[in-house]
Design a protein around this ligand. Structure first.
Ligand code: OGA
Ligand code: MN
Length: 286
C-alpha cells in the first residue's frame, strides 16, 4: 500500500490516495494517515466500498467508537449498529430513515453538548445527489489566529455552555423541554479557546450558535459577544467544501473544525453513514 497525501490547497483538507479502506491497513500506513489528519484536519478517501463492518473497523483505528445520536423519539436510526448514525433526507412511508433531514444546517462541532465530545467523525457517502448537499468545513486554528486581539482578550479564560436540547437541524432531542434559562439549560461547559492534544495548537471552540451561553455573563452580554465571534467566522474564508461522490469517506477532526451541510433539493436522495470516535480527554483550555 503506497499512501499518497494530496493537500487540496485550501485552509484545511487533503485527499488520501492509494488506500483501500476495506482492507487491513498496516501500522506504517495508518501512521501516515494519522499524521496527515493532524496536519490537515479533514481527510477525504475517494472510491471506497465500505459496508458497516468495514466503516466501523477503520473508524476504530482512531479510538473507541461512541454511540450515535438517536431519533427525537429516542429510537436509533440504524437497526442494529448503535455506533452508526444514519444521515439522510429520505423518508420511507412517513418515517425518515436518518437524521438531519433536509433542513439547512448551521455551522457546528459534533456532540459538543457532551462532556466528552468525539474527537473524530467519519462520514461515508452511500447515495449522494448529483448536485447540492455539499459539506463545508472550517479551520478553527485559523479562526483563532485571525481573531482580533481585543476580541480574543474578551474570551480569554472564558467558558461556553453547549446546548444539549436541540440537534443541528434545530429539532428538540428526546425527553427535553421547549425552553430553559441559560443557567438551567442541559449541556456541557467547555473553554472557548482550547489546546489541541495532538497538534499542540490553540483553536477557537464554539460548538454552535443557537442557545449557546458564555458562562457567568448576562444573556444580553453573552449574545452580543457570541454574535461578534460568529460574525468573525462568517467573515473568514478558512473553509474547504466537499462535493460528494458515492464512495467518499471523509474524516474530520471535531476539536479544531466546524462543518455544515449546504442546501439540499428534497427531491434528490442523500444517504450517509457516520461513526464518531470518543476522545481520550475533555477539551482543555489553551
Ligand atoms: C454530520 C453532519 C453534514 C452532512 O454527519 O455530523 O453534520 O453534510 N453532516 O451530512
Ligand atoms: Mn455534524
Amino acid at each position: 500500500m503506497v499512501v499518497e497525501i494530496k493537500p487540496n490547497g485550501a485552509s484545511l483538507g487533503a485527499d488520501v490516495a492509494g488506500v483501500d479502506l476495506s482492507q487491513p491497513i498496516d501500522d506504517a500506513a495508518f501512521q501516515m494517515i494519522a499524521d496527515a489528519w493532524r496536519d490537515h484536519a479533514v481527510l477525504r478517501f475517494r472510491g471506497q466500498q465500505l459496508d458497516d463492518e468495514a466503516l466501523c473497523r477503520f473508524s476504530a483505528r482512531f479510538g473507541e467508537l461512541d454511540n450515535a445520536p438517536v431519533r427525537p423519539t429516542n429510537i436509533p436510526y440504524h437497526p442494529d449498529r448503535k455506533e452508526i448514525a444514519v444521515i439522510s433526507n429520505i423518508v420511507e412511508g412517513d418515517v425518515p430513515i436518518g437524521g438531519l433531514g433536509n433542513s439547512e444546517l448551521v455551522w457546528h462541532q459534533d456532540m459538543s453538548y457532551k462532556d466528552l465530545p468525539p474527537k473524530a467523525s467519519l462520514l461515508y457517502g452511500i447515495e449522494v445527489p448529483a448536485e447540492g448537499g455539499d459539506t463545508a468545513f472550517y479551520n478553527m486554528y485559523a479562526a483563532l489566529e485571525t481573531l482580533p486581539a481585543a476580541l480574543r482578550a474578551r474570551i480569554e479564560g472564558r467558558e461556553c455552555k453547549h446546548d444539549a436540547t436541540r440537534n443541528s437541524a434545530g429539532q428538540l432531542r428526546a425527553g427535553l423541554q421547549e425552553s430553559y434559562s441559560n443557567e438551567e439549560r442541559p449541556g456541557a461547559v467547555h473553554p472557548l479557546i482550547v489546546r489541541h492534544p495532538v497538534s499542540g495548537r490553540e483553536a477557537l471552540y464554539l460548538g454552535r450558535r443557537p442557545n449557546a451561553w458564555i458562562v457567568g455573563m448576562s444573556d444580553a452580554e453573552s449574545d452580543a459577544l457570541l454574535d461578534e465571534l460568529w460574525a468573525h467566522i462568517e467573515n473568514g474564508a478558512h473553509t474547504w467544501t466537499q462535493s460528494w461522490q458515492a464512495g467518499d469517506l471523509v474524516i474530520w477532526d471535531n476539536r479544531c473544525t466546524l462543518h455544515r451541510r449546504g442546501p439540499l433539493d428534497p427531491a434528490l436522495r442523500r444517504r450517509m453513514h457516520r461513526t464518531q470516535v470518543r476522545d481520550e480527554a475533555r477539551p482543555v483550555a489553551a
